[in-house]
Design a binder for this molecule. Structure first.
Ligand SMILES: Nc1ncnc2c1ncn2[C@@H]1O[C@H](COP(=O)(O)OP(=O)(O)OP(=O)(O)O)[C@@H](O)[C@H]1O
Length: 316
């Protein structure tokens, strides 16, 4: 409890948990990460996004002290991963695609086994994790018979056995159906709020992370090409608003609003509005011509912003 209070206090104070300063990493002569600088605030959920091979896993291995940088400096919990890797790893949880669970053991047996291995066995902790991840009812079932979603949840429970302050997740929603994705996002948000866990999620499936991350890092070919919260990225990259309206409007009505528009189907138009604060004006004009069934902004989602970031990056 004291630990949780301490964590939420540190979140309020905006303390940096991870600091990366001009990190460079090479494998042989090949530069894998170049000039990566960033800090992660205590209690944040961070999306580390980028295509395959961008360097996401390499960055996480550096933060865990499994490998060392060739240039720049980094600290995690104020410690140097190259020298104090053991202490950092004892305060972190890592969940990779191959979660390392024993398929012929039950969930309870897996958690019991790993908590002994990590010297943190607590029956109460195991039960509370099974409850938290809605696995208690299936605790005696062999993991081999679990669904993908249950296995992913158990993998996170395993990584949380020692109450880590920082959790690294590799593609936590990969292979899940829409219900599974929604559940996973809910579990992670709850974990973040109730245990104060700082979470870094690596993924290349952007739209699934839209509702959960406080901040995003876009990595491309080893470089951090952009970072920020969704509103910050929107302000920098969204430009004109694309608004799809379903209504009883005719093309003539739509053109009479004075906004550029494209007809997508019967009564369905995509308007281009120069700025967000002009949207109400457009909607008033639409309503004065007929009935309005729906209006949706289609170019402010994370994926559109990401493509815009990359487009501008490649222009330079
Ligand atoms: N130990 C290694 N030795 C040589 N090259 C490596 C090593 N580890 C990673 N690389 C290379 O570094 C680049 C970045 O790999 P990394 O695994 O960090 O990317 P990633 O963004 O995590 O990709 P993915 O989304 O596929 O997991 C890749 O080109 C990879 O082949």
């Amino acid at each position: 409890m004291e630990r949780l209070q301490e964590r939420s206090q540190r979140k309020k104070e905006g303390i940096a948990l991870i600091q990366l300063n001009q990190i460079q990493k090479k494998f042989g002569e090949r530069v894998i990460l170049e000039d990566v600088s960033y800090y992660v605030q205590q209690g944040d959920i961070v999306g580390l996004l980028g295509p395959n091979g961008a360097g996401k896993t390499t960055l996480i291995r550096l933060m865990n002290g499994v490998i060392s940088p060739d240039g720049g400096t980094l600290s995690v919990f104020g410690l140097n991963p190259a020298q104090q890797g053991n202490e950092i790893r004892s305060r972190c949880g890592v969940v990779t695609e191959s979660a390392g669970l024993y398929q012929d053991m039950s969930a309870r047996e897996n958690l019991d086994f790993f908590s002994r291995l990590y010297s943190c066995r607590s029956a109460a902790r195991i039960e509370s994790l099974l409850e938290r991840f809605q696995l208690a009812k299936h605790g005696e079932k062999k993991v081999g018979a679990y669904s993908t979603g249950m296995k992913k949840r158990l993998a996170i429970a395993k990584a949380m056995l020692h109450e880590p302050e920082l959790l690294f997740l590799d593609e936590p929603t990969n292979g899940l159906d829409p219900d599974g994705i929604r559940d996973m996002i809910g579990f992670l948000r709850q974990l973040n709020q109730e245990e104060g866990t700082t979470i870094m999620i690596c993924s290349h499936v952007l739209y699934q992370l839209e509702d959960i991350c406080d901040t995003y890092l876009f990595l491309d070919q080893g470089r951090l090409i952009e970072s920020g919260t969704l509103p910050e990225l929107e302000a920098r990259y969204a430009g004109a608003v694309k608004l799809v309206v379903e209504s009883t409007l005719t093309l003539k009505d739509a053109l009479s609003t004075g906004f550029a528009c494209e007809e997508l189907g019967q009564g369905k138009f995509m308007f281009t509005v120069p700025a967000r604060d002009e949207v109400p004006d457009l909607l008033r004009k639409v309503l004065s011509c007929g009935e309005l069934y729906s209006a949706e902004i289609v170019n402010r989602d994370l994926e559109s912003l990401y493509f815009e970031v990359r487009r501008r990056q490649h222009e330079h």
